[in-house]
Design a protein around this ligand. Structure first.
Ligand SMILES: OC[C@H]1O[C@H](O[C@H]2O[C@H](CO)[C@@H](O)[C@H](O)[C@H]2O)[C@H](O)[C@@H](O)[C@@H]1O
Length: 586
């Protein structure tokens, strides 16, 4: 199944991907970063899958799919020769244990249906013991246990459970799947139809609070719902995506685990939420940030677990064949130990935006911000891995230095506009020094463009953020020249590559190529708008909207070679600039 064939359901602690054919191919419980119990996404049905659909020889894709209004309740419908059937999938707001509900509803005529379930714990490795208890299916393996309440009898064949049934117009049948720790007593049963109503009203009410009123509201609201679904509600942490190892290069090795909170991605999400009026989420995220980074400034990490965990060791799951053979499948993320100087600027910017939006002050925020600036004063001139988390040697990345400038600029503004105390003259002198150094060492006068790192020849789409963060005005000829150079050298079918990736260069220390990076493509649309090229900005923005799948979701990249979405899915880093650009163009 293609990545764009999946839809997302979730309960703001974890999420599942439901395929167009009615199969749940990805679900990690109890948290986003827990081992999967359905992992077919990264292998095959035998790595865990739950399918429900019309009982035909092949598993047919749904005739149509949609979310119910502005919710995360998914409806897939199949028209068959005998009638029409609907499957409603959702995860209710978490009570004691996580539940997934699948309701089969007859729409017209009578349809023969089937279901097939393979529970596989620990990323497809553990085939659990399964037994029947009080008419429910109970599977246990290691720390995990699930209970499945099925309205139809299920028979076992090998390690698979099957059921066949028929549904007529007006009939509704609910399957309830509940996870719980295997050492605990059986969980309390939920009432699926009540939960459907509650889940629907929760999302509708939340989406109704969106203050964005410009054009493209539908795309903005769907993106906001997706960001909310990626929020781990007990802590306020936000994951970059709910998946691991969906490849950036189909069949290649660029497969990473995104089920963690990157400070960069999350600070940008905060900006999007504040802009749409979601101050409660912004408050929760700021509280998460302050807890996660509490401690010594030198120990700041670029990413954390959803509860602020610091150790996220990267390892390979050798038993999983990977999405369309893209190996290795990785969990954990080695980038956790990298130096990425841009995060200091991103933190300062988000705290600045929080203050400007009227979020009540938090003294700890300023204390930490000052400590981070103290640290940066002694380290800004070091080479780093940059925002793209390159796995090759460290460099003086231009974007990182620009963001060091942002860190100082926003600290200075906190003093000047919000009455905070700090060594203004010293900070201003350093801000000017960084500015001068970037303009001197990162600008290629012959080509009229900034470059990826000091003295390099390569371009980098992150340079499109120079006017957005206020480092230079959009009208500056160096900004205009950089945009034009990126348009000359980094476009693929009109979409933007983050940097040149070819067999004969080694920009990121990794083999293979990759698709166009969707965030960078949105940044180009915004940059065009800023330099007064609105028509071209809108044109690109609308082409990007067309890349969303049928339920409005985007992954990290789009590969024009195959005309397919690639990379982890759905990806916050793509939905955030969608919201941002809609606002800028609106
Ligand atoms: O392509 C190499 C790197 O890819 C991942 O990083 C990307 O995703 C992050 C989360 O959205 C984003 O913050 C970063 O800017 C992207 O480059 C991966 O996590 C890295 O380990 C990998 O080196």
């Amino acid at each position: 199944m293609r990545i764009e064939d999946y839809a997302l359901i979730g309960d703001m602690q974890s999420a599942a991907l439901v395929g167009r054919d009615g199969s749940v191919d990805w679900l990690c419980l109890p948290r986003f970063d827990s081992p999967s119990c359905f992992g077919a996404l990264l292998g095959g049905p035998d790595n865990g899958q739950w399918w429900i659909g019309p009982a035909t020889a092949d598993r047919r894709p749904a005739t149509r799919r949609r979310y119910r209004g502005d919710t995360l309740v998914l409806e897939s419908e199949w028209d068959t020769a005998r009638g029409t059937v609907r499957v409603i999938d959702f995860m209710p707001p978490r009570q004691a244990n996580p539940d997934m509900v699948r309701i089969v509803e007859g729409v017209a005529g009578t349809v023969e249906m089937a279901t097939e379930i393979r529970v596989r714990f620990d990323y497809g490795r553990i085939v659990p013991w399964v037994r029947r208890s009080d008419g429910l299916l109970h599977a246990v393996g290691g720390p995990d246990s699930i209970w499945l309440r099925s309205p139809v009898p299920l028979r076992s064949r090998g390690y698979v459970h099957h059921g066949s049934f028929r549904v007529s117009a007006g009939e509704r049948m609910a399957f309830v799947f509940t996870w719980h720790p295997s050492h605990e007593p059986r969980p309390v049963e939920i009432e699926p139809f009540e939960q459907l109503a509650e889940t629907e009203s929760l999302w509708t009410e939340w989406a109704g609070r969106c203050t964005h009123s410009g054009p493209w509201r539908e795309a903005v609201v769907r993106s906001l719902i997706t960001l909310k679904a990626l929020t781990y509600s007990p802590t306020g942490g936000i994951v970059a995506a709910p998946t691991t190892s969906l490849p950036e290069d189909l069949g290649g090795v660029r497969n990473w685990d995104y089920r963690y909170c990157w400070l960069r991605d999350a600070t940008m999400i905060l900006d999007a939420l504040i802009g749409a009026g979601y101050l409660d989420e912004a408050r929760d995220w700021r509280a998460w940030l302050l807890r996660a980074i509490a401690g010594r400034a030198q120990d700041l990490q670029i990413m954390y677990g959803v509860a602020g965990e610091r150790r996220l060791p990267e390892m390979e799951l050798a038993w999983l064949p990977g999405y369309e053979g893209s190996r290795p499948v990785r969990i954990g993320n080695g980038a956790v130990n990298q130096l990425q100087l841009d995060v200091y600027g991103e933190i300062a910017n988000s705290l600045y935006l929080a203050r400007a939006s009227g979020l009540e002050p938090d003294d700890r925020a300023w204390t930490i911000q000052r400590e981070l600036i103290d640290y940066l004063e002694g380290h800004w001139d070091e080479p780093d891995e940059g925002l793209w988390e390159v796995r090759g040697p460290r460099r003086h990345f231009t974007h990182s230095k620009v963001m060091c400038w942002v860190a100082l600029d926003r600290a200075i503004k906190a003093v000047e506009k919000f009455g905070r105390a700090g060594p203004l003259a010293r900070w201003k002198a350093l801000r000017d020094r960084i500015h001068a150094e970037v303009c001197d060492k990162a600008f290629d006068r012959a080509r009229g463009t900034f470059t990826q790192s000091y003295g390099s020849h390569e371009l980098d789409a992150a340079l499109l953020l120079i006017p957005v963060v206020g480092f230079l005005p959009a009208t500056d000829p160096r900004v205009v020249g950089t945009i034009e150079a990126i348009e000359r050298e980094l476009l693929s079918d009109g979409f933007v590559l983050r940097y040149p990736v070819a067999k004969d260069n080694d920009v990121d220390g990794l083999p293979g190529g990759e698709g166009a990076f969707l965030a960078c493509s949105f940044w180009l649309a915004e940059a065009r708008a800023m330099v007064g090229r609105r028509r071209e900005a809108v044109e690109l923005f609308e082409r990007l909207l067309d890349l969303r799948n049928d339920v409005g979701l985007l992954s990290e990249e789009y590969d024009p070679r195959y005309g397919r979405l690639v990379g982890n899915f759905p990806q916050a880093f793509s939905h955030v600039p969608l919201i941002h650009t809609a606002r800028a163009l609106g």
